[in-house]
Ligand binder design. Structure first.
Ligand code: ADP
Length: 292
C-alpha cells in the first residue's frame, strides 16, 4: 500500500504544483486522472524519488520514500512521460544493460529476465532491432519491459498512451492490466477511457489537489438521475452554457450533443442518460472551477 500525506510541492518560480495531496493507494491498478498542468507528473516524479517535495510524507510498504529513496528504488518500476532513450542499440541489449543497472547481476538470471520480459511485452520477434527504429507503441511496450525488471512492487506509468493509435493503446493497456494484483500500479493520464477500462480505483487531480477519489463504478452511480442529454444547434451552445451546468459537448451527425448536470429534468427536450466516467470527471472539474 502507498500512503501519501499532505504532500506539497512549490517550484522555484513559485508554482504550487501539489497543494496538500492525501491518498491511500492499495495494490492493483490505480488511475490518476487530471488535465494538463494538474500536477500529475510532479506527483509521479516525487513518488519515484526523482524530486523531493516541499513538505509532506510518502510511505510505501513501510519504506519512508522521502528519507529512504534508495530502498524504494529497489522495488520501483517507472515509465516516465518522456522516456527519451531510443539509441541505435537493439531492444535486447538495451534491456540487458538496464537489468545490469537495476542490479540483476547473474548472467543466467539476467538472460531469463530479459527474455521473459521481451516475450511478455510482445517484442520478442523484434528484439534484435534498434530501438531508434521502433514505433511509438513499441517504444511504450519497451518502456514497460524496462519498468518491470526485477519484479517491482510499485509501478508508475506517466501518461503512457498519449500519442498511441487506438490499437496500440489497447495493446498497451492490456499489458498494464496483466501486471498483477499484488503490485501497486499507478497510471497517470488525462484520458478518461484509459481509466474506465482498467482501474478499480481512481482519483481526480487538478490544481495540485485531489478533487475526487473512489471506485469508478461508485462514482458513476452517484451521477445516476442527474445527467441529462439534449441535441442542440451549435449556435445555441453559449445560451445553454449560460443557463445550465453543461459538463460535456460533442458533435454527432452535425448536431451538438450536450450533457447537463441537473437535479430532476432541466426542461423541454432533455432526456435522462446513464452517466459515464466522463460525466463524473467533467462535472468534478466544472464544480471545482466554479468554486474557485
Ligand atoms: P501534469 O503532469 O498534470 O501536466 P505537471 O506536474 O507537469 O502537471 O505540472 C504542474 C504545474 O507545475 C504546472 O503549472 C507546470 O507548469 C508546473 N511545473 C512543472 N514542472 C515545473 C518546473 N520544473 N518548474 C516550474 N514549474 C513547473
Amino acid at each position: 500500500m502507498l500512503r501519501i500525506d499532505k504532500l506539497a510541492h512549490v517550484y522555484g518560480n513559485g508554482t504550487r504544483a501539489l497543494d496538500g495531496v492525501d491518498l491511500v493507494i492499495p495494490a492493483g491498478m490505480f488511475g490518476l486522472l487530471g488535465p494538463n498542468g494538474a500536477g500529475k507528473s510532479t506527483l509521479m516524479r516525487t513518488i519515484a524519488t526523482l524530486q523531493t517535495p516541499t513538505s509532506g510524507a510518502i510511505v510505501f510498504d513501510g519504506i519512508d520514500v522521502i528519507a529512504e529513496p534508495e530502498r524504494l528504488r529497489r522495488t520501483l518500476g517507472y515509465l516516465p512521460q518522456d522516456f527519451g532513450v531510443y539509441p541505435r542499440v537493439s531492444a535486447y541489449d538495451m534491456l540487458d544493460h538496464m537489468a545490469v543497472l537495476k542490479g540483476v547481476a547473474g548472467r543466467g538470471e539476467r538472460k531469463e529476465t530479459v527474455e521473459g520480459l521481451l516475450q511478455q511485452v510482445n517484442l520478442w520477434t523484434v528484439r534484435k532491432k534498434a530501438l531508434a527504429g521502433f514505433s511509438g507503441g513499441m517504444r511504450q511496450r519497451f518502456g514497460i519491459a524496462q519498468a518491470l525488471i526485477g519484479n517491482p512492487r510499485l509501478v508508475i506509468v506517466d501518461e503512457p498512451t498519449a500519442g498511441l493509435d487506438p490499437e496500440e493503446r489497447n495493446r498497451f493497456l492490456n499489458l498494464l492490466g496483466e501486471i498483477g494484483d499484488e503490485v501497486v500500479v499507478i497510471l497517470s493520464t488525462h484520458i478518461v477511457e484509459d481509466i474506465a477500462d482498467l482501474c478499480p480505483r481512481m482519483a481526480v487531480l487538478a490544481g495540485g489537489r485531489i478533487l475526487l477519489e473512489g471506485a469508478p463504478l461508485d462514482l458513476i452511480e452517484r451521477t445516476r438521475g442527474h445527467v441529462w442529454q439534449k441535441a442542440i444547434g451549435r449556435s445555441e451552445l453559449d445560451d445553454y452554457r449560460a443557463r445550465y451546468q453543461v459538463i460535456s459537448t460533442r458533435l454527432f451527425a452535425g448536431r451538438t450533443i450536450i450533457h447537463v448536470m441537473h437535479d430532476g429534468s432541466p426542461g423541454e427536450g432533455f432526456d435522462p442518460v446513464a452517466g459515464g466516467l466522463e460525466d463524473v470527471y467533467f462535472s468534478t472539474l466544472d464544480a471545482s472551477r466554479r468554486a474557485a
